[in-house]
Ligand binder design. Structure first.
Ligand SMILES: NC(=O)c1ccc[n+]([C@H]2O[C@H](COP(=O)([O-])OP(=O)(O)OC[C@H]3O[C@@H](n4cnc5c(N)ncnc54)[C@H](O)[C@@H]3O)[C@@H](O)[C@H]2O)c1
Length: 168
């Protein structure tokens, strides 16, 4: 026969299961700000897209290279398309989504998604709560923001990560 305490514990456990994230997905709402990405709080982690060779000769990547440099450190991580190279600087992480092999290639939505999933796993493991980025993949790389934003919301659903997207 069960004692009262055990019974209460079992009810709490059932209650917790009923409100599990799988049954009540927590939507990821992207916040939009018009302005320079680098005006975001210094504690926000940052993300943008590059190619495997880590050449950052055009677009917003040039600004990342100027601000953080450490290109050799990024190259030494030897990340491939679909993965993410990462720098830690102060309290923030800077994510370099490797969305394509060469600078002259164009990324696929599938590879961008793999990069976002890799970044999500790192964010979760490292308790990243605030992540700022430009409209990734949608400038020189010609992806469509309507599709990329839906993908971002989907990948970061059920996480504690608040995403802010800056555009000029
Ligand atoms: N030769 C090269 O090195 C070369 C060639 C092609 C592309 N690229 C670069 O471009 C590729 C990434 O393309 P992408 O479309 O993801 O990026 P992107 O075109 O650099 O930028 C994405 C979006 O961010 C916007 N943006 C630019 N500066 C700012 C700012 N300060 N604040 C907020 N928004 C801003 C920009 O207008 C665009 O809509 C990478 O390969 C990267 O290295 C380099």
């Amino acid at each position: 026969m069960r004692n009262g305490q055990q019974c209460i514990l079992e009810i709490i456990a059932e209650d917790n299961m009923a409100s599990s994230p799988a049954e009540h997905p927590v939507a990821c709402q992207i916040r939009y700000i018009k302005g320079d990405l680098f005006s975001c709080p210094e504690t926000d982690s940052l993300a943008h897209c590059i190619s495997e060779d880590c050449r950052m000769g055009a677009g917003i990547a040039v600004l990342f290279k100027k601000k953080f440099n450490r290109v050799q450190e990024l190259r030494e991580q030897q990340k491939k398309t679909g993965e993410v190279a990462i720098l830690r600087t102060g309290e923030r992480f800077v994510y370099y989504l490797i969305t394509k092999r060469k600078v002259s290639d164009k990324p696929t939505y599938g590879n961008l998604r793999k990069c976002l999933e890799a970044m999500r796993e790192h964010c979760i493991r490292n308790r990243v709560t605030d992540l700022s980025m430009p409209r990734i993949g949608c400038g020189l790389d010609h992806l469509q923001w309507e599709k990329v934003s839906v993908m971002l919301e989907d990948v970061f659903m059920n996480t504690q990560v608040r995403i802010t997207v800056y555009s000029l």
